[in-house]
Design a protein around this ligand. Structure first.
Ligand code: CMP
Length: 140
């Protein structure tokens, strides 16, 4: 067993559409554990840091505007192979083609407003968690 932690964000569209409970429920039913959670408004600085690898891409400005447009729910999810497991549960980036049964496949119809974010590697998870959470906010 390889216990990992990953960062999951319910994006402004997921929050405004009332999907917080549904998404948390899927994560818990899978057997993953939420070890930190907060509702917040992302600052431009934090959004740019989380999405630093996308700086310079054509959608970067729109992405930062979207992610800072309303409240988000950020959480640290822990469990066996949590990074990979969450990415599978989230589905492909583009909600239009994400598989049914995944969060985006079931709730998104857009390549950008796609309800949820999950770190794409262990390195990214550690970095992204560090942007949004202090060590004393994590319940292990
Ligand atoms: P996420 O998984 O949070 O990581 C990067 C985000 O950039 C992605 O979800 C989308 O919200 C956004 N994104 C990726 N590709 C595109 C695209 N082609 N057009 C618009 N936004 C995109």
């Amino acid at each position: 067993m390889v216990v990992q932690r990953t960062l999951v964000i319910i994006k402004p569209d997921g929050v405004s559409r009332g999907l917080i409970g549904e998404i948390i429920s899927r994560i818990e039913r899978k057997g993953l554990r939420i070890v930190a959670l907060k509702m917040m408004k992302l600052s431009v600085k934090d959004a740019e840091e989380i999405y630093a690898v996308h700086r310079g891409k054509f959608f970067f400005k729109e992405l930062i505007e979207f992610m800072t447009s309303g409240p988000i729910v950020a959480m640290i999810v822990e469990g066996d192979e949590a990074v990979k497991v969450m990415r599978i549960m989230v589905g492909s980036t583009d909600g239009r083609v994400a598989s049914p049964g995944t969060i985006r496949g079931d709730y998104a119809l857009s390549p950008s407003q796609n309800v949820v974010h999950a770190s794409d590697s262990l390195e990214a998870a550690e970095r992204e968690i560090g942007v949004l959470f202090r060590e004393d906010e994590i319940c292990s």
